[in-house]
Design a protein. Sequence first.
Length: 469
Amino acid sequence: MSRIEAPRDEDTATTGNLLDRLLGGLPADAVLADPDVTASYAHDMASFCPAGTPAVVVLPRTVEEVQHVMRVATELRVPVVPQGARTGLSGGANAHDGWIVLSLTKMDRVLEINPVDRIAVVEPGVVNATLSRAVEEHGLAYPPDPSSWEMCTIGGNIGTASGGLCCVKYGVTAEYVLGLDVVLADGRLLRTGRRTAKGVAGYDLTRLFVGSEGSLGIVVRAVLALRPKPPAQLVLAAEFASAGAACDAVCRIMEGGHVPSLLELMDRTTVKAVNDLARMGLPETTEALLLAAFDTPDAAGDLAAVGALCEASGAAQVVPADDAAESELLLQARRLSLTALEAVKGTTMIDDVCVPRSRLGDLLDGVERIAGKHRLSIGVCAHAGDGNTHPTVCFDAADPDESRRARASFDEIMALGLELGGTITGEHGVGVLKKEWLARELGPVGLEMQRAVKQTFDPLGILNPGKLF
């Protein structure tokens, strides 16, 4: 018997029995079994990754209901895939036939905001933007802001250790998760971490769960660190005749000791896609558009200094925004990048390669060569300030040859990232899309240790099996 194989007898092998057992501890409206409904929960935004129709979708509202689901799943040996808003890009939330989908979107309460301790306590289904607006009323900020922040949930952010536009100054999700309540595979409740500013008692299990993609336990509550609300940021846009020149400007900015609140890059393909989608009026004559922002007391002065560095790197034009409204318009263009690139051919395969800043230009040059080799449109948008790039392969999924070339180009970009001293994922996670590459990055000893951790927390292998490794 495999670790997730259910005993084959009349009591446990039927979907009917699974539904009956789940309904023993859940309200009827929290259990969805209509195939037409459950099919809509089959996959995240990586729709081209393998997925099946789950046996049932459950939408718990309490910790106790999550515990009940996991106890039933353990007893019947039924795999469980946790889901948030399904905005992930690596297939990490994809279901398979016969699985339980555990959707946490109904657990959406902000339980506490404490301005003195500068923490928020939230359930996993809270939308990122909702939390940000709630803490803003207290003069505070929750900095992590993935591009999908208006839709993505905190639980999903924790599961993938997501980043966002502000990482260059404020860091990623992992740096804001102080403590977690986690339902383990057998239904027990584990509390990790702390509410205090400091704490080093025992192993850091909190960090272990951040980025684990639901493979070690179900996050049902999180204690998050907050920061004082910064001043409104001002944004500068700089046009470059080559991606290499834009990357040189990034290096000059960081070497000069500047601390922008964001430093983003969009290549020519991405700029054109955003204009085609939203008529933003971005300059399509540019080969690379660099956006820099500061939320400092003297944002205008900081932008002027960075603008001079951009000109020294060969910027054709440097345009600082006049006010917060114009700044937000530029940021909206950047946030639309992935949606706009998807509209180019209907399907995108999004790389998430992070390299040292000093090798950013080499990566972009390599992506351009790979795109030409495979006769594909590959747009690049990047959190340039921390070296995290999103080369996005645009292709027609109905064309087998183009799909083959898309996959080949994706793999070549992954290999290039590792060759440049980078990592296969900076913020999107591994899921099913990159699992074969994880072993290459970790090496045999690293992979063995990771599998040992998985075995400890999930001995039956029922938590999101087939993801990561």
